[in-house]
Structures are given as structure tokens and as C-alpha cells.
Design a protein around this ligand. Structure first.
Ligand code: FAD
Length: 466
């Protein structure tokens, strides 16, 4: 068997890369060790978490907002089994869709764990131990990432869980302790908080959502506290003792050291980040260089070994599905002799809570640290007619523009549908647009997107509705 390209891993990076390469006329195969395609994202990440976020948000709305809209349904009752069935249906539809697309594009799919004995060769080891060797001109490593472990804490995926176990809990925990105030911890914490859990988040840093704009993170923390979250910031979990009868005692210490305290938990979710996944690939044998676990690549996704490329969570940059997808397209185009490219300055990041948080480009903190002079335009959703009509007025849009050129350098949104609203700013930034461009673009009324336009107008203090 001989191919132009073998892609290892069929997550958003790998399957998109394979399809784009097939579109460009290459003979392509993929290797996947999981029973289904779609990687972390479709099986245990983006998709199942969004299915549960949506369902739990509807539960919350039915309990709290419906009445204000004049819809009387009584106290909603939770059928967690049915909610989990909705999640599974969503996963199945998506992973089957990827399988269909691979077939449609005439891509051969091998099931098993891939290793790379040398450039030009991939060995696939099936579950029963049988091996198969594939010849290929090019290899793309798209093996993704896995939950980072917390030293000294054993994950059993029952009481002490990663995000994977936290998306499969069989009954609503009374007390959920989340270790890590990043995107995954806060999203999954929101699911269970809405369904009735008391959620305590322990975070090492003195803020939530590290890397996001500080002002947005502060307001977001206040909103989550109103929703019932408790935060223990500047704190570290040093021990988790699981009781025989179920539940656990979590030992927490101040990050800077000091007296330990304990928290009771029915479930402990460890969400302190993810680490690249290169286990079993045999990168040493092939001579592929890694740095702190990540495969080292140049600006064209090439590793130090000719014919071997890498993309997605296993390489540098934000661990996001859309970043992996765009890299998949770019590397396929490069291998096919075209000019693939990813603009790392315009990759949006979203937290799919309610309200959502969305960010693109630089934060105020980053601009200050880089000594860039900037102007700010801000507009609150309380002044947006559509937000009032749907009773979701929390949050604001903040546009950051270069003081000299007016080019938009960043945008940060906390509010309803922030994840969709950020798309127009992403396009604007991709085209090097200014706040003036955004402010002079006609936005339909009444839409939430008008808040984005008004924030752009506010850069020159000419917003109308505030
Ligand atoms: P992966 O999706 O991890 O896929 C890698 C695949 O490679 C896996 O299927 C694995 O089985 C396979 N593999 C590994 N090693 C081998 C081997 N040796 N041989 C064969 N196969 C192998 N990102 C977003 O952008 N938006 C979100 O809303 C979002 N939500 C998330 C929620 C959760 C709970 C989690 C955990 C992650 C979330 N992410 C989200 C992150 C997103 O899932 C990842 O960024 C994305 O999946 C990375 O894609 P990838 O193709 O690089 O790797």
C-alpha cells in the first residue's frame, strides 16, 4: 500500500487535512485508534459539551425565564438520562458524518495505533496486536491532546474525573469541585450548576480565564458568582482523598503556601489544561524533535524530518478545534504544492457559558505590555434593544483599536451569542479593518450585532444609544 499522504488522527485537524488533500488530488489514508472518527472534539470535547450546555441552559431558562416571557410550564423536571441521550445522538450524528465524508472523498481509513519507524513509513497496530505497514510520501501527525494530570491525584473517571468523565456523570452531584478556572472547567461547571450542583472552583492564579481580557474575566466571575459558583482563587489542590462510600475530601492550600483547608465533593473535576499526545508514535525512532511534549514545527508545519508534518493540539498555539482545522487545510495545500497559510492573529476563542465570552486578537494587558497605544470603544448589552427583548442584557462589547492607525487589534465580548458576534470582527481583522470600517457598516436592526457596531462607534465617542 502506498499513499501520497497518511494522516495520523482523525480529529478536527486530521480529518479536515485528509479531505482537503483528497480534494487536491492526493491519494490519502487516515489512521485512527479510537472506534469513531472526529477526535477529542466530536467524541468527548466540543460537541458533547455543547449538547449538554444547550440542554442545561434550556432547563435553566424553563425554570427562570419562561415565566417572565408569559409562558407558564410549572417547575421543570430533569430527565438526565434523556439529556445524556440527546448528547449521544449529537455525537453519533457528527462522528458518522465524518466517516461519510472520508468515504465520499475516497480516503482509506485504518483502525489502530500508528507509529512512525522512519520517514515514508507508518505502522498500524490493531487492537488484536496485528500490524500493517503503509508506505507514504508524506505524513501529518494530528494526534491531538489529552487532559493534563494533577500531580498526586489519581483519576478514576467516577469520583475524580477529567472532562470526559464529567460529561458522563449519572446523577447530579450535590457538590462539584472543579480544579482549574479555564474554559473547560467553567463550561462543564456551568452544566452541572444549572442542573443543581453547588460548584466550587479552585484556581492557582488570582483570576479566572487566564489569557482572556482582565476586565471581561472580572465581570464574568461576578456573573458566575450570581449563578451560584464559588471561587477559591490563588489556591492549589494538594490532595484528593476518595471515600469508600463515595465522594471525596479535597485539600486546598494557598498558592503561595500556608494553612491547608478541606472541601467536600461528590465529584472532583480536574481541568488544569491539556497536554500534547505523542504516546506510542515512536517519534524518537523517526528522529522527530519535540519540545515540552509538543512536536516542533516551522512556519509551514514541517518537523525537522523531511516529509513529516504536524498540526493541531500536538503543536504550538491555542488548543482549539478551529485552529486545528485551519492548520489541516493549510498543511494539505502546502503538501499539494500550494500556499497554505494560517493567521494566528485572528483566531477567536469562545467560552460557551451563558452569557458567552468571546475574544479575538490582543487583550488590553497584552497591548500595554507591548507598549502599543490603543483606543477603546465599549457598549453594554443593557442598551441594546434585542438583548432587552430576549431578556439577556448582561455584558458588553469592547473594541480595541490602534491609537494611530485605527486598525482593530482586538475585540472582547461578554454577552448573549458572543461566540457568533465575534465572527464579524474576525473577518474585519483578517482584512486589516479599522474601527471606522466597522462603525460605518450597516447592521440590521434589532440585532445583538448592533452592540458590536456601537462599540466600534464608541472608539470615537459617537455611539448613538448610550
Ligand atoms: P484531537 O481532536 O485530539 O484528535 C486526535 C485524534 O488522534 C484522536 O482521535 C486520537 O484517538 C487519535 N490518535 C492519537 N494518537 C494516535 C495514534 N498513535 N494512532 C492513531 N490515532 C491516534 N475546542 C474548540 O475549538 N471549541 C470548543 O468548544 C471546545 N470544547 C472542548 C471541550 C472539551 C471538554 C475538550 C476536552 C476540548 C474542547 N476543545 C474545544 C478543544 C478541541 O477538542 C481540540 O482543540 C481539538 O479536538 C484538537 O484537534 P486535533 O485534531 O488536534 O486533535
Amino acid at each position: 500500500m502506498s499513499y501520497d499522504l497518511v494522516v495520523i488522527g482523525t480529529g478536527p485537524g486530521g480529518y479536515v487535512c485528509a479531505i482537503r488533500a483528497a480534494q487536491l488530488g492526493l491519494k490519502v489514508a487516515v489512521v485512527e485508534k479510537r472506534a469513531t472518527h472526529g477526535g477529542t472534539c466530536l467524541n468527548v470535547g466540543c460537541i458533547p459539551s455543547k449538547a449538554l450546555l444547550h440542554a442545561s441552559e434550556m432547563f435553566e431558562e424553563a425554570g427562570h425565564t419562561f415565566e417572565k416571557l408569559g409562558i407558564v410550564v410549572g417547575k421543570p423536571k430533569l430527565d438526565l438520562k434523556a439529556m445524556m441521550a440527546h448528547k449521544q445522538e449529537t455525537i453519533d450524528a457528527n462522528v458518522n458524518g465524518v466517516g461519510f465524508l472520508l468515504k465520499k472523498n475516497k480516503i482509506d481509513a485504518f483502525r489502530g495505533t500508528a507509529s512512525i519507524p522512519a520517514a515514508g513509513k507508518v505502522v498500524v497496530t490493531a487492537e488484536d496486536g496485528k500490524t500493517q505497514e503503509i508506505e507514504t510520501k508524506n505524513i501529518v501527525i494530528a494526534t491531538g491532546s489529552e487532559s493534563a494530570p494533577l500531580p498526586g491525584v489519581t483519576i478514576d473517571e467516577k469520583t475524580v474525573v477529567t472532562s470526559t468523565g464529567a460529561l458522563e456523570i449519572g446523577s447530579v452531584p450535590k457538590e462539584l469541585v472543579v480544579v482549574g478556572a479555564g474554559v473547560i472547567g467553567l463550561e462543564i461547571g456551568s452544566v452541572w450548576a444549572r442542573l443543581g450542583a453547588k460548584v466550587t472552583v479552585v484556581e492557582f492564579l488570582d483570576r479566572i480565564l487566564p489569557g482572556m481580557d482582565g476586565e471581561v474575566a472580572k465581570q464574568f466571575q461576578r456573573i458566575l458568582e450570581k449563578q451560584g459558583f464559588t471561587f477559591q482563587l490563588g489556591s492549589k489542590v494538594t490532595k484528593v482523598d476518595v471515600a469508600k462510600k463515595g465522594g471525596a475530601t479535597v485539600t486546598v492550600e494557598p498558592a503561595a503556601g500556608g494553612e491547608a483547608r478541606t472541601l467536600n465533593a461528590d465529584i472532583v473535576l480536574v481541568a488544569i489544561g491539556r497536554r500534547p499526545n505523542t504516546d506510542g508514535l515512536g517519534l524518537d525512532k523517526a528522529g522527530v524533535a519535540t519540545e515540552r511534549g509538543r512536536v516542533v514545527i516551522d512556519d509551514h508545519f514541517k518537523t525537522n524530518v523531511a516529509g513529516i508534518y504536524a498540526i493541531g493540539d500536538v503543536v504550538r498555539g491555542p488548543m482549539l478545534a478551529h485552529k486545528a482545522e485551519d492548520e489541516g487545510v493549510a498543511v494539505a495545500e502546502i503538501i499539494a504544492g500550494k500556499a497554505g497559510h494560517v493567521n494566528y492573529d485572528a483566531i477567536p476563542g469562545i467560552v460557551y457559558t451563558a452569557p458567552e465570552v468571546a475574544a479575538i486578537g490582543k487583550t488590553e494587558e497584552e497591548l500595554k505590555a507591548a507598549g502599543v497605544a490603543y483606543k477603546i470603544g465599549k457598549f453594554p448589552f443593557t442598551a441594546n434593544g434585542r438583548a432587552r427583548a430576549i431578556r439577556h442584557t448582561e455584558g458588553f462589547v469592547k473594541v480595541l483599536a490602534d491609537a494611530a492607525t485605527d486598525r482593530v487589534l482586538g475585540c472582547h465580548i461578554i454577552g448573549p451569542h458572543a461566540g457568533d458576534l465575534i465572527a464579524e470582527v474576525t473577518v474585519l481583522m483578517e482584512f486589516g479593518g479599522s474601527s471606522e470600517d466597522l462603525a460605518r457598516t450597516c447592521h440590521a436592526h434589532p440585532t445583538l450585532a448592533e452592540a458590536v457596531k456601537e462599540a466600534a462607534m464608541a472608539v470615537e465617542k459617537r455611539q448613538i444609544h448610550m
